[in-house]
Design a binder for this molecule. Structure first.
Ligand SMILES: C[S@@+](CC[C@H](N)C(=O)[O-])C[C@H]1O[C@@H](n2cnc3c(N)ncnc32)[C@H](O)[C@@H]1O
Length: 212
């Protein structure tokens, strides 16, 4: 199983430091469970390949990449935080999982992020709880025919929920659905869900499929 680092020299130091600190402080340490959206939909995806390829952007310590790799997926796992990727590499090495970690600034790169991914096409692209709407277009471009896009974003909400306080890092209603234009929408919902750790989250959730 190959696991490698592809380090992009243009990673923003300030953003990297911010996220490294959060991971060092254990901010997401209790969030080990995979995304409930991914758990719900993965068994329903119509995938023919025995070892399909997935990309997990802003993967963090890889709760979702690990979930996929344990089920036979080859996963490119991308994040700005080396601390988070170190955790993921350790798990992938211990379990011999086919995960390739890529350190990359998904906002700051001068090249299109897709030029820095390891594959031309993916059967599944996931972006969970990382707000970067322009990146949705990039992910659409790297889907294979019939490939799936699963995105979960914090929704702008008045309620006391988990997630960013700054509305800049949340999506207004309808924006994620609009971003999926050109794909077939398999499922879309917005609302408050209870996370597996019991905390409420206001989310926009999308499952979409590239035309075959
Ligand atoms: C809230 S965490 C979500 C992590 C993971 N997707 C999950 O669901 O557990 C947001 C992630 O986005 C990453 N991130 C933030 N800005 C980034 C950037 N400019 N480029 C790449 N990753 C970034 C952070 O390091 C962090 O791991």
């Amino acid at each position: 199983m190959s696991r490698q680092w592809t380090v992009d020299a243009r990673v923003s130091q300030a953003d990297q430091d911010k996220w490294n600190l959060r991971y060092r402080e254990g901010t997401y340490a209790i969030r080990k469970h995979p995304s409930a959206l991914l758990e719900e939909w993965l068994p329903k995806l119509k995938i023919r390949e025995a070892h399909p390829r997935a990309i997990d952007v802003a993967c963090g310590t890889g709760r979702n990449a690990i979930y996929l790799a344990r089920r036979g997926w080859h996963v490119d796992a991308v994040d700005i935080s080396q601390v988070a990727l170190d955790h993921l590499t350790e798990t992938a090495t211990t379990e011999n999982l086919p995960i390739t970690c890529i350190q990359m600034d998904l906002e700051g790169t001068s090249r299109r992020p897709a030029d820095l991914f390891t594959a031309d096409r993916y059967d599944l692209a996931i972006m969970i709880r990382y707000t970067n709407m322009p990146l949705v277009d990039t992910l659409k471009d790297v889907l294979s025919a019939g490939g799936y896009l699963i995105v979960e974003e914090h929704l702008v909400a008045e309620a006391d929920v988990v997630g960013p306080r700054n509305p800049k890092f949340c999506v207004p209603p309808g924006v994620l659905r609009d971003a999926a234009a050109g794909l077939d929408i398999v499922a879309y919902r917005e609302g408050i869900v209870t996370d597996p750790d019991g905390r409420p989250a206001a989310l926009a959730q999308l499952v979409a499929r590239a035309p075959r």
